[in-house]
Design a protein around this ligand. Sequence first.
Ligand SMILES: O=P(O)(O)OP(=O)(O)OP(=O)(O)OC[C@H]1O[C@@H](n2cnc3c(O)ncnc32)[C@H](O)[C@@H]1O
Ligand SMILES: [Mg+2]
Length: 168
Amino acid sequence: MEITIGSNNPTKIAAVQAIFPNASVINRNVPSNVSEQPFSDEETRQGAINRAIACIRENPNSIGIGLEGGIMYIREQLYLCNWGALVDQEENVYTASGARILLPSGFQSQLTEGIELGDVMDEYTQKKEVRNNEGAIGIFTNDLVNRKEMFVHVVKLLRGQWEFYNKN
Ligand SMILES: O=P(O)(O)OP(=O)(O)OP(=O)(O)OC[C@H]1O[C@@H](n2cnc3c(O)ncnc32)[C@H](O)[C@@H]1O
Ligand SMILES: [Mg+2]
């Protein structure tokens, strides 16, 4: 079985490899066709679906997976949110959301100005490429849940649904 993951981000690739250990996993930096920084649950979910569909268009013999991070307001509070989508050979689309955690209120002005969370995180932590490592989720959970682990859970939700609906 071949799986195409629509990203070059190592946390996303590693999460797919962990949950599909017997598959050959390839990565393609496909467009999400949403903002670089999705700003709602809906836009983040759509980005994941668009990536998964783009993956099977590029590689029609594979299953496509899209994983997308975003931010969203709940009332006046800004949360990190995450979504995943799996598209199979019959073009059935399975979706699942991942963890949400509150971001510091001090992030709101930069993020509403259009600065990406990845860049805000690097400045905040004085580290490089937090997005490719522990992620915002790792930083703000004191490394109890890192970005790969968070996406592992999302990919499990995708694989499980895909298996369930294919045996029934
Ligand atoms: O190469 P891709 O797959 O696009 O990976 P990415 O790190 O850019 O991740 P997303 O596009 O899914 O996320 C959209 C934006 O939100 C940022 N982001 C989302 N979750 C994050 C996290 O846990 N830590 C740091 N930045 C995050 C990310 O860096 C982008 O600026
Ligand atoms: Mg991105």
